[in-house]
Design a protein around this ligand. Structure first.
Ligand SMILES: C[S@@+](CC[C@H](N)C(=O)[O-])C[C@H]1O[C@@H](n2cnc3c(N)ncnc32)[C@H](O)[C@@H]1O
Length: 225
């Protein structure tokens, strides 16, 4: 009798392990084979994948990211590690990525990882206010990734400040965008509308079209469609 109970318990434990790892596997959103399978991009996978496809289709050469990957490549689930995803794409496609951040520790952390990933000839990490950097940037931009001023799920004042900052970023660089420019905005699917709420409304009035509206919002110009 106890033999059957032990066997039943054993099977139940094995089954629980199996289900646990099956759920983990299903929830794991990798960008494999572009990035190693172990990296989980979760809610950004769909928009990152489409952006990578567009970057290749449109032969992007210049990428700007506001808000750098302050935790290196380890934060694919949290911040997204965009500097390294798009930096890797840029390296493989002879493009350049400029990532600007106002926080010196974030810049320092990111620079270390840029070296670790051997991206130093492709990715430039700059310490500056994004608004200042964008206003002084003189070349055309093929891909703009807006992901700076940290958003809050609960604090309305921070939500509005973040939304206004991302609108200002867009306006500061707008004259450097062209009909094939790709724009991605992070942290949109959040209470209060996320980082993109104000800037996306403005962009839509200016002829931009939403391609994907998920956790991130991906836009291209109507003239490119
Ligand atoms: C969410 S993180 C960026 C994550 C990164 N894009 C990634 O994919 O891993 C936001 C960053 O924006 C930076 N930031 C906030 N305000 C800024 C500003 N005015 N100019 C530039 N960077 C700013 C913060 O210091 C922080 O490091």
């Amino acid at each position: 009798m106890s033999y059957y109970i032990l066997m039943g318990l054993g099977i139940a434990v094995l089954l629980a392990f199996f289900i646990h790892y099956l759920i983990k596997f299903i929830k794991h959103k990798s960008l494999y084979p572009f990035m190693p399978f172990k990296y989980n991009f979760r809610r950004r996978r769909v928009t990152f994948a489409k952006t990578l496809e567009l970057l290749s289709d449109r032969k992007a050469k210049t990428i700007i990211e506001t808000g750098t990957s302050r935790k290196g490549l380890s934060a694919t689930r949290g911040d997204g590690a965009g500097t390294f995803v798009f930096g890797k794409w840029a390296m493989q496609n002879n493009a350049k990525l400029f990532s600007v951040d106002i926080d010196k520790d974030a810049v320092q952390e990111c620079k270390v990882e840029v070296e670790n990933q051997n991206l130093q000839d492709t990715v430039t990490v700059l310490l500056d206010d994004s608004l200042n950097f964008l206003a002084n940037y003189k070349d055309q931009v093929d891909f703009l990734y807006l992901d700076s001023y940290d958003y809050s799920r609960t604090d309305t004042a921070i939500q509005i400040a973040s939304q206004e900052h991302h609108l200002k970023e867009f306006k500061a660089i707008e004259s450097r965008l062209h009909k094939d420019t790709i724009v991605l905005i992070d942290d949109c699917g959040l209470p209060g509308g996320g980082k993109g709420k104000t800037v996306v409304s403005y962009m839509e009035q200016k002829g931009w079209k939403i391609l994907i509206d998920a956790y991130q919002i991906l836009l291209v110009h109507n003239d490119s469609l």
